[in-house]
Design a protein around this ligand. Sequence first.
Ligand SMILES: Cc1ncc(COP(=O)(O)O)c(C=O)c1O
Length: 353
Amino acid sequence: MLGNAEQENFAYQRYANPTVSILEAKFRAIEHCSYSLAVNSGMTACLLAFRALLSAGDHVIVPHSVFYEIIEQLNYEVNHRGIELSLIDEYQAAAFERAVQPNTKMIFIEAPTNPAFLDINIPDLVELCNKRGLLLVVDNTFLTPACQKPLCLGAAVTLYSITKHINGHGDVMGGMVSTNKPELFKALKYHRDSAGLIVDPFSAWLTIRGLRTLPLRLKKHTDNAHAVIAMLREEFPKLEWRAVWSTKSAQTNGISPSLHTGLIAIVFPSRETATSFVRHLQLIRIGTTFGNIESLCYHYGSFSREGSTDLEKIGVPDGLVRISVGLEDSDDINADIRRALQLAKQSTTTARG
Ligand SMILES: Cc1ncc(COP(=O)(O)O)c(C=O)c1O
């Protein structure tokens, strides 16, 4: 039971709530940072960063490969709030530096890129941002703070869709924004509280439940993904695949680079074979999300929206299918993939006559 003194902090739910505060405290502990703010979706976390940290006339540099809805949000900022945007297609610090203008305020990245799994070197960008006085904002949804802690590497802000691995159970929509800088926290908190973008207490409670098993789940995601890759190597040696463990160990704060998040991508030679493979999967369902306890697959070419990012340009071939390897029995996952690969091969061979 809280006394009146403690209750004062929780006077109104749009500003704070005891369960949400516990979730934020847990995040501060995981990220080793000073401030975390829980919000109601990953997209809200992005919106908060743009609204609170950018003003009219500011310039932001973003790789084309970030989640396409983030680019859509930024286009709104450009068209209605006078923000300037440079989208770039090369990921070395030198390419970011070439895009810097006198009014550049922020570099916003996702590292590694999803779903092409290309590395972006955070320490190099931290150096650039320190040199030019820029804010480095990292969407760390893909690797989670268990595998990568961008704030410890010197980034100004991290943000997350906690809808993914952090909660992990597919029953929450939420986001998180973290920083060590009090002035950024103040601006972010003002925008969150004034608009009521805080996550609801029940979703916070479910996420706290999810966090308890994050390391265990990541280990099982990893073991199952390793088993898929071993099977592909053995039985389908010509098939191209990608996985997140190519991320450099320097970025993963000493955590083994082989610890990843169960995300792999199979790159089929054609869109036809990719869609046939997806149709033949039975255990692994189609899902745009990832990091759930259930395995999910996603063929980008089938779902990219008209006018959205050019997939080839961001390293995503038309035949790429992302699989978020879940926590089911590894033999069941492998049997489903094996069967779908065989059927996809047969159906595309038959179709070609
Ligand atoms: C990397 C990344 N950032 C942000 C988001 C947005 O998160 P949410 O769906 O929780 O709004 C997503 C996915 O939807 C994502 O994959």
